[in-house]
Write a protein that binds this ligand. Structure first.
Ligand code: SAH
Length: 241
């Protein structure tokens, strides 16, 4: 009999923000494929009985290729195992969970996605920044920072720079200078407030608030490290350090 694959969101960090459903499928898993994003507390709590594979690290620091992770899932499930693919935040928000679901479907393997609390909302929230607020932002746009390095970006920066509301950037650390200049070039005010929140929900959490034009300078001075969420917009004024 074929096993089932659960694409599970761990939430932004810590056991208290893991859902009951996530805990339930983790307890019943034969195999758990995880990376480091869920954080130490959750990884340390994974059941002893399950086979646990760190797919984020291999032989030191090389990342397992996405296609290899997907074939592992297919292989284990085809052998009748129940598999949990544990991901930080929500599995379908910049987590490649959608692609994994497609591969599993194509292989005829039953798949269930278990939602998690996404870091783009929870990390700002944990430092008092609401992503929407009646006085400051009636919309919020979630983007990946990876896109800013591409020539033909699929992000409409001109639209983004002119649209009122909050911008939340995942995976933005590497491209902070480009993000700042793309937005300013396209007409966003250089005095727009920005918060960079590194390591949300962890002991080494750090928050940096600057204006958009000072962001590249701050990147050099502070030396931002992933994982970090970048929040841009008036809601940042609600941050109290
Ligand atoms: N599926 C995840 C996002 C995966 S992309 C989710 O829904 O949250 C990885 C990015 O998530 C990181 O580069 C960072 O931008 C963000 N991220 C995840 N956990 C974080 C944390 N604890 N603190 C800050 N950023 C985090």
């Amino acid at each position: 009999m074929t096993g089932k694959v659960y694409l599970v969101g761990s939430g932004p960090g810590g056991l208290s923000l893991l859902t009951f459903r996530a805990r339930e499928v983790i307890e019943e898993a034969d195999v758990i494929l995880y990376d480091q994003l869920p954080g130490e507390e959750i990884i340390a709590s994974l059941p002893a009985a399950a086979e646990k594979i760190d797919v984020g690290k291999r032989g030191g620091c090389h990342t397992m290729k996405q296609e290899d992770i997907e074939s592992l899932m297919v292989r284990f499930a085809s052998a009748g195992k129940n598999v949990v693919r544990l991901k930080g935040g929500d599995p379908f928000v910049f987590g490649r969970g959608g692609e994994e679901m497609e591969t599993l479907r194509a292989a005829g393997i039953p798949v269930e996605a278990v939602p998690g609390i996404t870091s783009g909302i929870a990390v700002p929230e944990s430092v008092g920044i609401p992503v929407t607020h009646r006085d400051f932002a009636s919309s919020v746009t979630f983007i990946t920072g990876h896109e800013s390095e591409k020539e033909a970006s699929s992000i409409d920066w001109a639209w983004l720079a002119k649209t009122p509301g909050t911008i939340v950037i995942y995976m933005g650390v590497k491209n902070i200078p480009q993000i700042s200049s793309r937005l300013i070039e396209n007409g966003m005010s250089s005095s727009t407030k920005v918060a960079v929140i590194e390591n949300g929900f962890r002991e080494n959490q750090r928050v940096t608030c600057v204006t958009l034009d000072k962001l590249p300078e701050a990147a050099v001075q502070v030396g931002f490290k992933a994982p970090a969420i970048v929040v841009i917009g008036d809601v940042v004024s609600l941050y109290r350090g």
